[in-house]
Write a protein that binds this ligand. Sequence first.
Ligand SMILES: [Cu+2]
Length: 785
Amino acid sequence: MKNQKNGAAAPRLSLLSVALSAALSSGAWAQQVPQLPDVNIQADRPERSGNWMDEAQIARRRAYTSDSARLLEDSPGVSLYTAGGVSSLPVINGLADDRLRIKVDGMDLIASCPNHMNSPLSYVDPTQVESVQVYPGVTPVSLGGDSIGGSVVVKSKGPEFAAPGQGLLQKGEVGTSYRSNGNAKTYNLGATIANESMSLSYKASSAESGNYKAADDFKTYTHIGPATSASQNYGSTLPKDEVGSTAYKSRNQLLSLAFKGDRDLVEGSFGYQDIPYELYPNQRMDMLGNTAKRFNLRYEGKKDWGKLEARAYHETVDHHMDFGADKVLYYGSITGNNQVVYPVNGMPMNTTGKTDGVSAKAEVDLSATQLARFGLDWQQYRLNDWWPPAPDCGVGNCWGGMAPYTFLNINNGQRDRQAIFGEVDSRWSDAWFSQLGLRMEQVKTNTGNVVGYHDSAAVRAVDPASTTNRYSGSSVGTTTQFNALDKKRSDTNIDWTALSRYTPDDQKSFEFGLAQKTRSPNLYERYAWSTNTMAMEMVNWVGDGNGYVGNPNLKPEVAHTLSVTGDWHSANRESQLMVTPFYTHVHDYIDAQRRPTSGTDQNATRTTGFVKLQYVNQEARLYGMNLAGRMPLGANELGKWSVKGLLNYTNGKNLDTGDNLYNVMPLNARASLVHRTDGWENAAELVAVAAKNDTSATRNEIKTPGYSLFNLRSSYTQKQLRVDFGVENVFNKMYYQPLGGAYVAQGYTMSLNQENGGMPNGTSVWGTNVPGMGRSFYVGMNYKF
Ligand SMILES: [Cu+2]
C-alpha cells in the first residue's frame, strides 16, 4: 500500500498500554508492524472514482460492529436497511440489495432466502475485511453487471510472502471486543506462515449477541403471545424496551494458500460460515441455521502486454428458518384421520443455493496513456426453497393449513448469467481523463413445477374434502396456472458507461458520468407463486411486513444515471469538499402493486395494516445530492484537530403512481470532530436524520420522526497493539431507524395480518418501526505478532 508514510508515532507509553502489553506479549515486540495513516485515499488513484476505505479505517469500526455493511456507513450516499444483527443491506443513492453489485473477494454472491437473510456482505466478518470500495452511481462496467445502482467491492486480506532473504515469515493476530448493549462478544484470530513463494493463512472469527435494548419503552406488552398459555415460546417475556429478535451468533473461517512466481500469483481459499441463529425483528421468521461453503481460486499475472486476472468460485448455502426464541412456536393442533393429535410446532422453511462462477479480465496497455480492459463473467445459480409440512402427519392422514405436503416455493430455480465487457481508460492530457465501457449480458431464468401444502391431484384423489379446505381454493388455482406456464425467460441486457474527469490543477477536479445499467429480476420476483396470505408474507426482503407474490412477466429494470462530482481540495487533501448531485431514471423499475381485495381484507384500499402485493414493472426516478467534506482545524499542545462531515439527500418517486419509493433514507448528516496525538485518535460524532414523511402508500410504510445521535470513539495504536473504545448513542436517545422496517419480532408473527386486532396481547402490532439501539459502551482490542 503506497500510503504508509507516517511511521509509528514516538512511543509514549500510557499506563494502559504498559499493562496491556505486559499481559499480551511474551517478550520483546517481534517486529514493527507498519501502521496505516488515516487518510481517505480516494484521491491519488485517478482510475478510482469511488470512496475507498483502507484497513485502518475499517479497524476502528470492528470494535463496534459485526455487521460488514456498517463499514460503508460513512461513505457518501450510503444508508442501510437494517435486518438481522450481521446482515444489513446497503443502499446507495436510494437503490438497495440486488440493485447493487456487491463483490466479496471477486465473487458475485446471491442471497438464498425469500427474506435475503444471507445477503452477500453477511458472508464476511468485519475482522476479515481489508479494504472496501464504494462506487456510487456510475460504475465501471468491469465492476458492474446485473445491477442498476452502485457497486461495492470488498476484499479480505491478500496473501503475504516473506521478503527476499527474510527466511520464514510467521505472523498472527488475535482480537476481541465487547459491546454492552446486547452483551455482544467477538473473537478473532489469524495466522500466516510464508516463505518467498508460498503463503498459508488462516482466519477465524465469531460474533455473538443477545437482543439489544432501545433507549426507552416502545411497546406496551411484555409476554410473547398470551400471558398464560401453552403457546408461549419458551415461557419468556421481553421487557418493553427490549427489541425482540435481534440476537445472533455467527462464526466465520477462511483458509488460504497462495503461490507466487516472478510475475504470477495463484491463490486458493476455502471459506466456511456457520450461523447457528440470527433473529430478525422485521421478519416473521428467523434464521435458525445457515451454512455456507465457498471455494475461490484466483490467478493474477503480469504479462508483457499488461495484466491478466482469472477466477473460479463455487459456493453452497444451506439455510433454515423457523420461529426463534421471541416468536410463538405453537399454532394449535390438528387431529388426524387416525385420531392422533398433532401439535403444529413451528413452520420449517429450507433453502439451498449453489453458485458456480468463472470470470476473467485482461488489462492491456494500449499506449502510455490508454488502458483497455476486456473480460467475461459466467455464473450458474441454483435455488431450492421448500417448506416441509407442519405438522408432519403423513399424506392423507391430516389436513392442516400447512400439511400434509411439502410446499415448494421455488423448485429447482435457475438463474444463469453470461457477460462480456470492454472498457477503455484514456488520459488525454494532464487535465482530462475518460472511461468508456460496454457490457453485454445474458440472464436466463427458469424454474420447475410447484406444489402447495395440500394441493396436488394425488392428494385430492386421496381426500376429496381437501377442496373445502380454507387454503385450497386459491392455491389450487395458482399452482395449476403456474405449472401450466412456460417459465423459461431470457434477457439480453446492455450496459454502457461514459465517464470523464477534468482536473485543471491539483486543487480541484470535476467528474461527469452517464450510464445505462440493467438488472434482471431475481428468482423470487419472477417465480414466487402463491397468493395465499401466509405464503406471501414469507416472501419479503424489505422488512415491511407485507406479503409479496412474484410475476413471471417481469422484465429487467433499466436505469439511466447522470452523476456529476465536484471535488475541491488542498493539494495534500487534508481539506476537501465533494459535491455529487445525481439523477436516475429507471425504466421498468420493479415496484409492487396491491393485490385485489378478497373477502373482507380491504387489501386494495387499506391505509393501515399489512397488505398483499405483487411485483410489477413501473417507471421510477431518483435524484439527490451527496456532500462530503473535511478540514483541519490546526494543532495545539493537545494534538491535531480536524472536522469531517457528510450530508446525503435522496428523493425517489414512482412515476406511474406518484407514490414515493419504499425505504428511501430521509435527509441525513454526519459530522465528526477528530483529535489525534501520539497513537491516539479520538472522535466525537454527530448523526442527524430528518423525519421520514415521504413514505410509500402502496406498502403502508410507517413514518419515523427525526433524531440526532451522539457517539464518542477513541482508539490507541502502539506498535502491535490496537485498542478501541467508545460509547454509541451517548445520551441514550430513543429513535426509530427510518430503514429499519416494521417491528414483527414478537408473538404470533405468522398470522399477524392486516390490523391483527384479533391477535393475543404479546404479539407485535402493525404501526411500530424497529427502534434503534440505546446507549452502548464498547471496547475492542487487537494484537499483532
Ligand atoms: Cu431466510
